[in-house]
Design a protein around this ligand. Structure first.
Ligand code: GUN
Length: 292
């Protein structure tokens, strides 16, 4: 069993990005610039955005953080999006989700210029991804594809079973893994809350991608010997022995599943650290004009 070390992989990729930025700087080229918009005080969002800005600085990007009060109106936020859309120095930007309830997230996502949508959430990028055109892949699927690629995990002809059909993980990774490409050519089954005999489906999988948000859902009896298991879940479970009162667990019962696997991602330290790396890679690609 090989544990896929997302933390190390993310560090390696960030090092590669930093080297490339150094070379761009030495040649007097355009330094990548990511902007992040945070509305309100959601504690998790504050941490995520802070980490994104911190990592931008670490790899040598320019970054701009725009913080707005929770009572910011939809019109005000749309005005900010429009300014970022036309700011030539900004290569890409994100509006951190969730937004306060009075703001329509779909309307904001649609207002972002697809050319600067480094989150890959705009339907234009989703559609281009589905058709194999140059675009920005969403962070988590992109991170998973990087892991499979860099660990040289064979995907061609493999049965891949995905748990969860969300717009940001399950559905896009189902598209990417069924593409005709080096990491791809899987026979994909996308399972969800209405799937019958989900255990049987998962049992047939060579590659399992768990993204349903239920702690320890995938148990050892559901996993075949030698399977590759990618755990996207980040669930808080109460733990009185921890100072903060909880610990993070994935959607996979790691302790019992890991011995059966050829490869498995831990939680934390698996898929999670790869998501910011994806955002940085998308921003770098945008800056170099490689996408649009
Ligand atoms: N909220 C949780 N994850 C994300 C993400 O990847 N992008 C944005 N914009 N908001 C999020």
């Amino acid at each position: 069993m090989t544990k896929i070390d997302g933390k190390q992989l993310a560090a390696d990729i960030k090092e590669e990005i930093a080297e490339e930025v150094k070379a761009i700087r030495a040649a007097g080229g355009k330094i990548p610039h990511l902007a992040a918009v945070l509305v309100g005080e959601d504690p998790a969002s504050q941490v995520y955005v802070r980490n994104k800005v911190r990592d931008c600085e670490r790899v040598g990007f320019n970054s701009t953080l725009i913080k707005k009060e929770a009572d910011t109106s939809e019109e005000e936020l749309l005005a900010i999006v429009n300014l970022l859309n036309v700011d030539d120095d900004i290569d890409g930007f994100i509006v951190q989700l969730p937004l306060p309830k009075h703001i329509n997230e779909e309307k904001i996502t649609l207002a972002i210029d697809p050319k600067k949508d480094v989150d890959g959430f705009h339907p234009v990028n989703f559609g281009r991804m589905a058709q194999g055109l140059p675009c920005y892949w969403p962070a988590t699927p992109f991170g998973i594809m990087q892991m499979l690629d860099r660990y040289n995990i064979e995907t061609s002809g493999k049965r891949c079973v995905i748990l969860g059909r969300s717009n940001i993980v399950g559905t896009p990774i189902s598209i990417l893994l069924s593409r005709k490409a080096k990491v791809g050519n899987c026979t994909v089954t996308l399972t969800h809350s209405r799937t019958q005999n989900i255990e049987e489906e998962v049992k047939r999988a060579d590659i399992i991608i768990a993204a349903i948000g239920i702690p320890n859902y995938v148990t050892a009896n559901m996993v075949s010997e030698g399977a590759v298991v990618i755990d996207v879940g980040i669930n808080r479970v109460e733990d009185a022995t921890r100072k903060r009162g909880y610990r993070l667990v994935g959607d996979v019962d790691y302790e019992n599943v890991a011995p059966k696997c050829s490869y498995i991602t831990p939680v934390p330290g698996g898929v999670g650290p790869m998501t910011i790396t994806s955002l940085l890679m998308n921003t770098l690609k945008s800056c170099k004009g490689e996408v649009y």
